[in-house]
Design a protein around this ligand. Structure first.
Ligand code: PMP
Ligand code: GLU
Length: 402
């Protein structure tokens, strides 16, 4: 039946989908790719993905899996038993957390397990607390399920961290979960052990769930340390979905492997959702992920060190520009400068400034409003030092002309 012949009184598409936008990061990334294909001399500091190649030992493990004929569906759909075992061992070894492999579900990236959890937890009208600035997909995933994202604004003054008081004030009888993301995309902020403990006390009192997105766990800079809220407070641990994946630490964005670990009942429901949705993530990628966890970790450290040098360069350069101030991120690979002093007649907001930089500096970035803060722009420094230097020269020049 074509759309034209459908019943005119029934809107043809789902309001839930019409009410959300395409992911701004994914859309901006696609736009940069299109401009480059058309020959633009563009430096894109847009993509939230390591510019490094996937480590050789991980690629070899996938090639071996293909050669051995490991090319069928994964049974069970929740992930290869060997991979779930390797993840359980990693969570014990590095995070001091005890999970049975049956409490782990392997998904098509961390993005999918977050969405599956939203599907498993949210009834129409339920609320999810998300602190801003936030990663673009959280709020829209909640909206897609008919839930209501409750956005808690944070600022540079609190280090972009949510305070226990603000959290307590935001909790209502409809609150299902709070979303935590440390290290944070886009701010790079990291919650300390004590800060997590203070939030955990409020969460335990309220008895709500936590989705703890720890995908940037390994991209963290001295003296910051990663702590999982699941390990900080046992009462909260049993109500936490710990989310992690392979995209960032192992430069495996295209392989699409992430995972969640959490309480048995929630994990059974997440597995149920996945079984109706994608069956399993790519089996070959799962063999590669086993090697990523169990093999040498040398490349993780090499990449982290490179990101740190790039961070220091980009933040120093941004802070030298008039009207721009940028905190030193403690983790992830994004600079998130406050550019609101530049707003005026020529550019009125973050979207116009990002467009101005695209046209006048041939440099791509993501407007902060997509992350819930129109005062900022996001620059990924998962790019080579010469590219970052050239981008900063271009931006400085364009801002001087503005
Ligand atoms: N969480 C955050 C904070 C991210 O930046 C990303 C990057 N896309 C993801 C989750 C999802 O990663 P993936 O689906 O590639 O595992
Ligand atoms: N997480 C990355 C980013 O923030 C990749 C794109 C996405 O999935 O949002 O740019």
């Amino acid at each position: 039946m074509s759309i034209q012949t459908m019943n005119k009184t029934v809107p043809p598409f789902s309001n839930r989908v019409l009410n959300v936008d395409e992911s701004l990061t994914v859309a901006t990334f696609a736009r940069m790719g299109e401009l480059k294909r058309r020959g633009a001399d563009l430096i894109s500091l847009v993509a939230g993905e390591p510019d490094f190649d996937t480590p050789g030992n991980v690629k070899d493990a996938a090639i071996q899996a293909i050669a051995k004929g490991c090319t069928k569906y994964t049974a069970p759909a929740s992930g290869l038993p060997e991979l779930r075992q390797a993840i359980a061992q990693k969570l014990k070894r590095e995070n001091n957390l005890d999970y049975e492999p049956s409490q782990i579900v392997v998904t098509c990236g961390a993005k999918q397990v977050i969405f599956d959890a939203v599907v498993a937890l949210i009834n129409p009208g339920d609320e999810a607390i998300i602190s801003a600035p936030y990663w673009v997909s959280y709020a829209d995933q909640v909206r897609l399920m008919g839930g209501r994202p409750v956005i808690l604004k944070t600022s540079e003054e609190t280090g972009f961290r949510m305070t226990p008081r603000a959290l307590a004030d935001a909790i209502t009888p409809r609150t299902k979960f709070i979303l935590l993301n440390s290290p944070c995309n886009p701010t790079g902020e990291v919650y300390t052990h004590d800060a997590l403990g203070a939030l955990a006390d409020v969460i335990a009192d309220a008895g709500i769930f936590v989705i703890s997105d720890e995908i940037y766990e390994k991209i963290i800079y001295d003296p910051a340390e990663h702590h999982s809220i699941a390990a900080v407070h046992p009462g909260v641990g049993s109500r936490t979905l710990l989310v992690n994946g392979f995209s960032k630490a192992y430069a495996m964005t295209g392989w699409r492997v992430g995972y969640g670990a959490g309480p048995p009942e929630l994990m059974r429901l997440i597995a149920r959702v996945q079984s109706q949705e994608t069956t399993n993530t790519c089996t070959i990628s799962q063999y590669a992920a086993i090697e990523a966890l169990n093999g040498t970790q040398e490349s993780v450290e090499t990449m982290r060190n490179a990101f740190q040098v790039r961070r220091d360069l980009i933040v120093a350069r941004l802070n030298r520009m008039p009207g721009v101030t940028c905190r030193l991120p403690q983790g992830a690979f994004y600079a998130f400068p406050n550019v609101s002093d530049l707003y005026g007649d020529r550019v009125r907001n973050d979207v116009e400034l990002a467009n101005y930089l695209l046209e006048e500096a041939e440099t791509g970035c993501v407007p902060g409003s997509g992350f819930g803060s129109g005062d900022h722009l996001r620059f990924s420094y998962a790019a080579s030092l010469p590219m970052i230097r050239e981008a900063m020269d271009r931006i400085e020049d364009a801002l001087n002309r503005m």
